[in-house]
Design a protein around this ligand. Structure first.
Ligand code: BES
Ligand code: ZN
Ligand code: ZN
Length: 482
């Protein structure tokens, strides 16, 4: 996978270079290019590309569409950069002029967006292929030079690269099969990623989880061969007073079979992704020192798979969560909210000013919004506004849904404080959000239900078929902008 650098001119080694072209600029191209554009239907739309033979016969030139010149944004630059990188992925060294069109935009944001487009669109997960197959799937790109000059661009690019590394780390974790990415393997990856990183990692094993009364984690783990794990990660800014203390919580179900309320075979097919929230939280924590976030952050990650072993929890079983509430588990496939209940209780006990939680919690979120959008739920409008602003900048899309009080009675249980599913066959994502809200006390709380936004069915824009790494850019932006 390529590395991205910035330099004041394209290196001689570059065999491809782009000509960023707005819709208006198409008609002003030199005659030969203009007629090629017209012949092949290149209109300068955002993300459109057209390969032209290079002037000296060696270096190829690529028209890259920017859309209407006056409407250029960092979001469109990211798209254009992704399109360019895909188009030249057979080259080893290429250069891009996209920064020369970003004068009116925030320079560091534009540079980051371009770097994201270039690197994330050419990410590959080839570890599990045989050598010959890996060769076929390999991206040839090694070096991409962003042509730009200006103060601080190197430091800006270093920060952007750290965030992109984190997105790729999250993608790697999500792409890893459920049978190999056990809770123990996840912990090993967390240890490796946090070693000498400025982030402190604490691991609770099963005995400690019992002592800490994490009843939801233990309930879900009953059907498993692998003991549960619980991670806490701490980041403190090196300099300056933290602007706030934030708790991040991520769902870490390393595989979701549904438990005794077993999923269908198609429903189960993608369930190695059920730790995407945990991956996003871990990867975000790892990126925080490099981006020098001015907030104190604690990450909470409960880890177990949801399996059907001989002592698996039975529908109707009741457990006591960390905060003392008792829960009747009527559907063992609604397991994410059970492990999150404990993690949220711990976050609620802490001195955090706000809690942001991320999880592949319901299929219902995707039924409502489709695969490109996550669902945002929040008990606090200011917190929601911060996350929505970050979503607009990062183009990690989400849409706010309500937490309606009138549905709360659906969670009343005949025998316990709460049941883990609603009674109506509708609004499942909302009911799940209402369930989580029972564990956050009175702290401002945002819940991001990823649904299937954790994976992409197609290779398009910055996404490659498979894990998207959704949430890492959104969360790092939220925390650095605080
Ligand atoms: N991990 C799933 C949710 C999910 C499903 C995420 C598909 C992404 C794609 C979760 O544990 C689950 O199974 N939820 C159930 C809840 C239901 C039993 C109340 C769901 O959404 O169907
Ligand atoms: Zn489930
Ligand atoms: Zn699940």
């Amino acid at each position: 996978m390529p590395s991205v650098r910035v330099a004041s001119s394209a290196p001689k080694s570059a065999t491809a270079i782009d000509i960023p072209t707005s819709t208006e600029a198409v008609s002003k191209l030199p005659a030969a290019r203009k007629s090629a554009a017209q012949r092949q239907g290149f209109e300068g739309k955002t993300g459109q590309t057209l390969v032209l033979a290079g002037g000296d016969g060696k270096q190829i030139e690529v028209l890259v569409g920017l859309g209407p010149a006056k409407e250029l944004t960092t979001v469109k630059l990211r798209k254009a950069a992704a399109a360019f990188a895909r188009t030249v992925s057979k080259h080893e060294s290429v250069a891009t002029n996209l920064m020369s069109h970003a004068e009116d935009l925030d320079q560091s944001a534009a540079l980051a967006a371009i770097a994201e487009g270039l690197r994330l669109s050419t990410y590959r997960f080839n570890q599990l292929r045989s050598e010959s197959s890996r060769k076929k799937h390999e991206v040839k790109l090694r070096t991409i030079t962003i042509v730009a000059s200006g103060k601080g661009l190197r430091a800006d690019l270093n920060r952007a690269n750290a965030v992109i590394d984190a997105v790729e780390f999250a993608r790697d974790l999500v792409n890893e099969p459920g049978g190999s990415l056990t809770p123990q393997a996840f912990v090993a990856a967390a240890k490796k990623a946090t070693a000498d990183s400025g982030v402190k990692l604490t691991v609770w094993n099963e005995a400690r989880i019992k002592r800490e009364r994490l009843g939801g984690v233990l309930a879900v783990n009953r059907g498993s061969e692998h003991p549960p794990q619980f991670l806490q990660l701490r980041y403190k800014p090196v300099k300056g007073r933290p602007k706030a203390k934030i708790a991040l919580v991520g769902k870490g179900i390393t595989f979701d079979s549904g438990g005794l309320s077993l999923k269908t075979s198609t429903g189960m097919m993608s369930m190695k992704i059920d730790m995407a929230g945990a991956a996003a939280v871990l990867a975000t924590m790892v990126a925080l020192p490099a981006v020098k976030a001015q907030v104190e952050v604690t990450g909470y990650i409960p880890l177990t798979d949801n399996m059907t072993g001989p002592d698996a929890q039975r529908p109707g079983d009741v457990f006591t969560a960390r905060n003392g509430k008792t829960v009747e588990v009527l559907n063992t496939d609604a397991e994410g909210r059970l492990i999150l209940a404990d993690a949220l209780s711990l976050a609620a006990e802490s001195d955090a000013d706000a809690i942001i939680e991320m999880s592949t919690l319901t299929g219902s979120a995707t039924a409502a919004l489709g695969q490109s959008y996550a669902a945002l739920f929040a008990t606090d409008d200011e917190l929601a506004a911060r996350i929505e602003a970050s979503s607009a900048r990062s183009a990690e899309k989400l849409w706010r849904l309500p937490l309606p009080e009138e549905y709360r009675s659906q969670l009343d249980s005949t025998v316990a404080d709460l049941r883990n599913i609603g009674t109506a066959p509708y609004g499942g994502a909302l009911i799940a959000g209402l369930f989580l809200k029972e564990f956050v006390g009175d702290k401002p709380f945002a819940h991001i239900d990823l649904g299937l936004s954790a994976i992409s069915e197609t290779s398009k824009g910055i996404n490659v078929k498979g894990a998207t790494g959704y949430g890492v850019r959104l969360l790092t932006d939220t925390l650095t902008a605080w």
